[in-house]
Design a protein around this ligand. Sequence first.
Ligand code: FAD
Length: 648
Amino acid sequence: MSEQHGKPTPSPRIGLFFCECGPNMGNAIRLDDLAAQEAWPEAAVVQRHAFLCAPDGKAKLAEQVRTQGLDRVVIGGCSPHEHEATFRQVLADAGLNPFLLQMTNLREQCEWQGDDDGQATVRARGLVRGALWRAAQQEAVETRTVEASADVVVIGGGMAGLSAALTLAQKNRRVALVERSAALGGLLARLDEVFPSMKCASCFLEPAINQVLDHPQIDVLRESRVVSVKGFHGQFTVEVESAAPAVDPSRCMGAGECAAACPVSFPDPLDEGVGQRKAIGMAYSGSLPHVSHVDPVHCGRCNGAGCDGPCVQACPMNAIDFQRAPVNRTLTCGAVVVATGMETLPVPAVPGVISCVQLERMLHPQGPTSGKVTVPGGGVPRRVVLAPSSEMPARDTDLARRELTKLAVRLLDVCEGVELQLAGDCHQATLAAPMIEQLRAAGVAFSSGALDPATLVPTDNGVSYRRAGKLASTGTADLVVLWTGTRPSSTVGELARDLHVRTTAEGFLEADVDLLVPTGTRVPGIYVVGAALGPRPLGDVVRDGTAAAGRILSTRLPGERLELEPLAARVIPERCGACGVCVTACPYGAIRTLADGKCRVEPAHCRGCGTCAAACPSLAIACPQFEYRQVSAEISGLLAMEGTTRSH
Ligand SMILES: Cc1cc2nc3c(=O)[nH]c(=O)nc-3n(C[C@H](O)[C@H](O)[C@H](O)COP(=O)(O)OP(=O)(O)OC[C@H]3O[C@@H](n4cnc5c(N)ncnc54)[C@H](O)[C@@H]3O)c2cc1C
């Protein structure tokens, strides 16, 4: 019998196993001394093995557990990071609760510290004694499961969200795709040709959108926003609000009669103001789905400006009705994929200075200028400078170089005899060698340095500019094309707070550092893909979308119950002082404050890291396997002098 706070408890039967880790152990540590049975009165069995993690080692361990009636196992060997899961499985297979295992890392912490005159063996003894004393205090931990959904909500209908949704739906998963705008496609829908293939963007975007729209497993919720996300991995509840559908998509044929009748016209935000649009009409020429939508901010009928709605009479399909109400939905799902993308920063309002998006729209055959590039006042540009802005965030550099190089190639195509200057070290753009070669052959000048937007001044025949950097210079051009920079989607801050997903200093969403779960976040079941993570080319965006979908497909199986973290922390309500320190300390957003002010750990979000317990000033948080008596038993064992016996 041993004593625990004065109360006798039955002595556990502990098996102590030393792993030699092949040739890795036994040089600094004197294994013969360390692994002697008589050295460990706390242990019922002491054994050593050349490779405990090898099949015969595992079989031996299981056999000892069964035949010796062991009810605790201590292993002195490698790091628990490497093989704790392996040995827990051995215990489970041998019929013992897997949490009655204690591993101590003699390899990294003693052996690999070098031969220091017997000190490695002394340290190893301390660690093993600590593990044995702690093992005596360990308790079985049961793993709980809860019902889980295999459905997925994807937020954002750009290329990243489309790829995730399609990959999931192709494997029969139900997907709700929530898109805040009226059309799908995101940034890609604005582009004409895309590097590195120089294929037309719509050639692969349109088939992808059509597949999504036609897929019976995908519900597309356009003009919609996520109001809240509650719950946890396997059991999320997502509230979605969709704008009042003034245009009935099942009736609208996209004929455009409504737009022709609409009296309101304003600069088209999609073109960054190159063209004009009406308050009702298609999102852009050829947009999908091929139906009109109303811009409630500019529509005179919606904003109370007194318009009597000539579009309603003009529509031959009777598809327009302003009396409809917004629609609220509650979706349940097992995982959420955030694909909210990025936005571009505006260019300074200087005539003759345009953004890359504006030039893309001009180059687009279905854009506002039908593919013609012109300078202010009309006419074809003769001298064009393409450059990054000196205020561009460093994270944009490669995408900016690739895009500016691509646009230079396009300008050579459409503006005969144009003189081009490409600043910002675009010759260093990745995967752009063929384009750079083509530009060099055409005599395009490459230079370093970015353009300072404050120095862009309109002149009689164009714009004057100043190139920053070591070889600073000034010049004039009749068109300046500027990559200003990117920023996260404007709605992402609110979404990040709701989802408990971390953001970078610039506000982009942050994926977890775990390389084995690409696009996963610190919150299980929530994935971030595409440009929501920061500026990146399309290839990466598509890879992100499919990676997240692949992960969900392999971890959230229909009908499979969700296994909760067995070591999840628990708040002891009688002790909780409702200070909320744990809520902010938890790196996984797993703790919430209840209506009575007390805190509660959501077991499905908790990863058992123990940060909350360490932060709690009232000692009101219990962590299985890391309870006070368990940790102090280990410390006592570590600190006990040679020959001391257990006092717990
Ligand atoms: C000017 C320019 C040219 C480029 N040219 C190329 C090129 O030639 N080749 C290449 O490989 N890459 C290029 N890129 C990069 C490429 O366009 C992007 O990486 C890609 O389009 C990003 O896709 P995405 O789906 O991650 O984001 P986005 O395309 O930004 O899509 C995000 C979607 O989410 C929606 N959304 C945002 N917030 C919410 C919310 N809260 N709720 C619901 N929906 C929301 C948005 O409306 C949008 O539809 C270019 C980028 C720019 C800026």
